[in-house]
Ligand binder design. Structure first.
Ligand code: TXA
Ligand code: MG
Length: 358
């Protein structure tokens, strides 16, 4: 049983720089003093704690109900903070930082011993680091003055939060504060990469920085990947990939087909028979076919030609299905180009691998 504590809100959405600075000075001081503070980034809301403070970091795991063998990403505001916590790293890593930081790219680097809490790295010799591209996040990190460990600010197994309200839903009474700066941008988590050998970037988790963007920035480099969404997850290199993530309470099925009308017909048939069985149903579909569906909840992912929008909407839609007690959900799949790769990865995971190909 966890004791309930008061969760303070710092609303900075739409605030001028001066007001933002005042709120974040308080929130930053709380972080530096060992408190748990959730904050927005350009991907999803994170649950922050001083990465050097084991007591604080331990409380992240407790508040989320997160398995302790799943390491946390460390967030920094300045490159100077990096050298204190990592050992010398390949030139390619620093070129990646030049290109994509601040931004949704987490780079796995060799950790310097004795600096970060061992709970952050979950016993690995490496640490995942990123610099978020977000005004409030960067200001908060500067105020805190310490490296900040922050997983997504959801209860383990729930969709990552893209609104401060989602954080409240999951963590109110378990953390000291939430910085509310409105909806996050990308809506899916950062891309996690490691550099296993010269000339190779390996994607451990697809995310906000796409494979195409990596390939474009580094034409001579081989972009390898571990995670495709349907991979064998028995021995993942990114420990977090082995857990069921983002699973809605209802049973979710992803429906894929070269012929999108055939996929739509299949979804309609499945929905009607579930309806006849008395089940509550939900459909997640692209705008192009939305009007053709009937269900208790029909939610739009926007146009199938603007998958950035779908990425932005996915987690809130999954939360909505839960809030409405939907028992059976079908989601239209999409192409895996660009952000579509991360989107399908998260959808297939949310579905526990239940993918139907027509
Ligand atoms: O966008 C994001 O990355 C968000 C925001 C808050 O920054 N954070 C986030 O954290 O998604 P989390 O804890 O939900 O996911 C971190 C992922 C996990 O899959 C974890 O296993 C992996 O990164 N990871 C962390 N450190 C690692 C390491 N040293 N080696 C391999 N994978 C690592
Ligand atoms: Mg997470």
């Amino acid at each position: 049983m966890q004791l309930m504590i008061k969760t303070q809100q710092w609303l900075v959405d739409g605030k001028e720089d001066a007001q933002l600075a005042e709120a974040l000075e308080q929130a930053g001081a709380a972080l530096a003093a060992g408190a748990l503070v959730a904050f927005p980034t350009e991907t999803v809301y994170g649950l922050g704690a001083d990465a050097r403070n084991s007591q604080a970091v331990e409380r992240i795991f407790a508040a989320k109900g997160r398995p302790s063998d799943n390491p946390l990403i460390v967030h920094i505001a300045d490159r100077e903070q990096l050298d204190e916590m990592v050992l010398p790293y390949p030139q390619l890593a620093s070129e990646l930082m030049d290109h994509f930081w601040p931004g949704p790219l987490t780079i796995v680097l060799p950790a310097r011993e004795g600096v970060l809490s061992p709970l952050v790295t979950a016993g690995l010799a490496t640490v995942g680091v990123r610099m978020p591209r977000h005004r409030a996040a960067l200001a908060l990190l500067r105020e805190a003055g310490c490296p900040v460990a922050a997983p997504s600010a959801n209860r383990s197994g729930r969709p990552s939060p893209t609104l401060a309200w989602h954080v409240q839903e999951d963590l109110e009474g378990r953390i000291e504060g939430i910085v509310d700066d409105g909806p996050t941008g990308v809506g899916l988590e950062s891309t996690v990469v490691e550099l296993p050998e010269p000339g190779v970037i390996r994607i451990l988790r697809p995310g906000g920085v796409t494979r195409e963007a990596l390939a474009h920035a580094f034409p001579g480099i081989f972009i390898d990947s571990e995670a495709t969404g349907e991979e064998d997850v028995s021995a993942p290199r990114s420990p977090g990939m082995k857990y069921t993530h983002y699973a809605p309470q209802g049973e979710l099925h992803i429906v894929l087909g070269d012929d999108s009308e055939a996929a739509a017909s299949y979804i309609r048939e499945q929905q009607s028979s579930a309806r006849r069985r008395g089940e509550t149903t939900g459909i997640l579909a692209f705008a192009e076919r939305l009007a053709g569906y009937e269900a208790d909840q029909v939610l739009s992912l926007g146009s199938e030609h603007e998958l950035e929008n779908a990425a932005h909407l996915l987690y809130a839609a999954l939360r909505r299905m839960d809030a409405c007690g939907v028992q059976r959900i079908w989601a239209e799949g999409c192409v895996t180009d660009g952000i579509g790769e991360a989107l399908m990865n998260r959808m297939v995971k949310a579905a526990g691998g239940r993918t139907i190909r027509l």
